[in-house]
Structures are given as structure tokens and as C-alpha cells.
Ligand binder design. Structure first.
Ligand SMILES: NC(=O)c1ccc[n+]([C@@H]2O[C@H](COP(=O)([O-])OP(=O)(O)OC[C@H]3O[C@@H](n4cnc5c(N)ncnc54)[C@H](OP(=O)(O)O)[C@@H]3O)[C@@H](O)[C@H]2O)c1
Length: 322
């Protein structure tokens, strides 16, 4: 699988990341190992997790996903081939959440232990913490970088202005900046004012910001839980409407031309976008994961990219270029 360098760091990851919020909870360890093996057999080396995955799942307390990843890397003896991203910031049993220095130090140690490793390749702030001074957060993250426990920092679900402030502060103080941004993103555009709770979507503004500063954009919830193809998964209300209908029509036309599935076209479109967006693929069965990995074999023409980009509202990009 093609490799991608994260921001200006020396962390090189696979072109697709595998998301694990169901691993060790809804997906048991044996099936998790099989899905990881499948991803890895296709050259996938980048795995995304979080300290509190999946504390919301019945019978779970958080840490289950990291624990299973740790067991798998140990069993396969492949830690040095893998890049693992994890996150902190949400509360879960044993943690109050937030981004204060003590929390960052403590949660990092817990994640390292569960992952059975001495380093985290990308460590994300999973949500903002407006009660902790920004310099406390960034200095604490920088200490982890200097100690070699973390290789790169990421911001997930942070507003652009907060990332800009954090990185400006880090530049002045000589601390490590955020190099990666992980936000919600899919082919359908969210409706104006759509509410995603603590989750923040990639905006045109964020794309320009990341491109300008050489930061890598990573996307989650890219397939809307299967809504593009499955009757049992309606298009979420935050997206549904005439614009989504137009974009669905463009997607269907391009998929038919490319001989690919709708999900594969979405993943290929994301990777070929300007700036490129690195997709987190998921899938709870080998069939789903195989389909999503198949997107690597899809190359869209300039004309197909243009039609996909302009479907629904052709003025979005033009407005940005003014
Ligand atoms: N940073 C953050 O705040 C944040 C937030 C959310 C997610 N994430 C990361 O992103 C990962 C993925 O998020 P997500 O689950 O919301 O992504 P998603 O791609 O929107 O949904 C994944 C689900 O869609 C279905 N699916 C996947 N591929 C399919 C296919 N080819 N055909 C039919 N159905 C398919 C499966 O549902 P079933 O299993 O039900 O069949 C799968 O579990 C997470 O595991 C996590 O690592 C990060």
C-alpha cells in the first residue's frame, strides 16, 4: 500500500487507516485479529484508536480497543511495522477527561501499557478543553514528544482557530505543534448548521489551513455507517436533502463508469482531493474491509473528480478561491 508522510514529521503511514472503535467490544478478539490480519496483508500499517474506545458499549469500560491492538501486535511480533494513533480528552471510567498536564501524562502511560508499546505514533487531543490553559496542554504534549513516548501530535474535533492558536504558541515556545487533523468528513456535505455534538467536520477553511501549513488531514465516519449503499442505514438528517440527492446521482454515475462501488469511489475521491484527505476505513466483516481496501485500485479521472466536486453546489469551491 502507498505510504504517506504525516505533516512535516518523520512518521510514515499507510494510505488508508483502519478505525477500531468496535474492536474488543462489538467485535471480539478473534474477529478483530482476523480483520487486522486482512488489513495488514494488504499493506495497511496505520491503525486508529482512542483511550475510551468503547466505554459506551454495554459491558465495556474503555481501553478495550487499545488492549486488543496491543495483544495483536504482540502475537504477530509486528509493532515496528505498525503506526498506531490514539487519543485522549473524553471522560471514561478512571478518567475525568480534559487536556490538563496530569491527565495527559497519566492517560499516555495507560495507553502505552494497553498497547504494549513504548511509543504512540500519533497522539491526538480528542476534543478541546477550554478549562485548561493552552500552554499547559501544549507543553505537556511536548514533554511526551521529547521523552520519545509520542512521535507526532494530532488535533481531533478542535476548531480551526484553536489549532492555529496552539501551533502559534508552540512555534514561539519551541514546542511540538499539531501535525495532523482528524475530523468528520464524507462525500455528502453537512447541511448548514448541522449538529454533530462534540464532533467537528472538515470545512473548506480547514482544508486550506492544512494545505498552507503542510498538515495532514485525516477523515472519520467517511461512509456514514454504510448509508450510501445500505437500506438499513438511512442517510443521517444532518446530510439528507436535495444536495445529497444530487451528489448521490454523481456518485452513482462515476461508480458505474469506474466499475467500482459507491464506497470505493468515496474513498478514492477523498484520497485524490486537493488537499488529499487520508480516509479511516472501518468495517466489521472481512467483506466490508475487502471492499473498502479495493478503493486503492480505483483511479478517478480529472473529469470525474470535477463532476464529483461540483455536484450539488458548484459554487462552494469557487467561493473559497475568491
Ligand atoms: N476522532 C473522532 O472523534 C472519531 C469519531 C468517530 C470515528 N472515529 C474513527 O473512525 C473510525 C470509523 O468511524 P465510523 O465507524 O463512524 O466510520 P463509517 O465508515 O461511517 O462506518 C463504519 C461502519 O459502516 C459499515 N460499513 C463499513 N464499510 C462498509 C461497506 N463496505 N459496506 C457496507 N457497510 C459498511 C459498518 O457497519 P456495521 O459494522 O454496523 O455493519 C461499519 O462498522 C472509528 O473506528 C474510529 O477509529 C474517530
Amino acid at each position: 500500500m502507498q505510504k504517506v508522510k504525516l505533516g512535516k514529521t518523520d512518521v510514515e503511514v499507510s494510505a488508508l487507516c483502519y478505525g477500531t472503535d468496535l474492536i474488543g467490544s462489538r467485535i471480539d478478539q478473534a474477529n478483530s485479529f482476523a480483520l487486522f490480519d486482512l488489513f495488514h496483508a494488504h499493506g495497511g500499517t496505520f491503525i486508529d484508536t482512542g483511550n475510551f474506545y468503547a466505554s459506551w458499549y454495554p459491558g465495556c469500560v474503555g481501553g478495550e480497543s487499545e488492549t486488543v491492538i496491543g495483544h495483536w501486535m504482540k502475537a504477530r511480533g509486528n509493532r515496528d511495522q505498525m503506526q498506531i494513533s490514539t487519543k485522549l480528552g473524553f471522560d471514561y471510567p478512571g478518567s475525568d477527561g480534559g487536556l490538563n498536564a496530569a491527565e495527559i501524562e497519566r492517560e499516555c502511560e495507560k495507553s502505552l501499557q494497553r498497547l504494549q508499546t513504548d511509543r504512540i505514533d500519533v497522539y491526538y487531543a480528542h476534543r478541546d478543553d477550554f478549562d485548561t490553559p493552552l500552554d499547559e496542554t501544549m507543553e505537556a504534549f511536548d514533554r511526551l514528544i521529547k521523552a520519545g513516548k509520542v512521535r507526532a501530535l494530532g488535533a481531533s474535533n478542535l476548531w480551526l482557530w484553536r489549532i492555529a492558536e496552539a501551533n502559534m504558541l508552540s512555534a514561539v515556545k519551541g514546542w511540538a505543534p499539531y501535525s495532523v487533523v482528524e475530523q468528520r468528513y464524507t462525500y455528502f456535505r453537512p447541511r448548514h448548521g448541522a449538529d454533530f455534538g462534540p464532533q467537528i467536520c472538515i470545512s473548506e477553511d480547514m482544508k486550506r489551513f492544512c494545505a498552507h501549513h503542510g498538515m495532514t488531514l485525516i477523515a472519520y465516519s467517511i461512509l456514514l455507517q454504510g448509508a450510501y449503499t445500505r437500506d438499513d442505514r438511512p442517510v443521517p438528517a444532518q446530510f439528507a436533502g436535495p444536495e445529497a440527492d444530487d451528489r448521490m446521482a454523481a456518485l452513482e454515475a462515476v461508480a458505474a463508469e469506474a466499475g467500482a462501488t459507491l464506497n470505493q469511489v468515496i474513498i478514492a475521491w477523498m484520497r485524490q482531493s486537493d488537499p488529499p484527505v487520508l480516509p479511516i476505513i472501518a468495517g466489521s466483516t472481512p467483506e466490508q474491509v475487502t471492499e473498502n481496501l479495493g478503493a486503492l485500485d480505483v483511479t478517478l479521472s480529472d473529469d470525474q473528480m470535477e463532476r464529483l466536486n461540483t455536484a450539488g453546489n458548484p459554487d462552494v469551491k469557487k467561493a473559497w478561491l475568491r
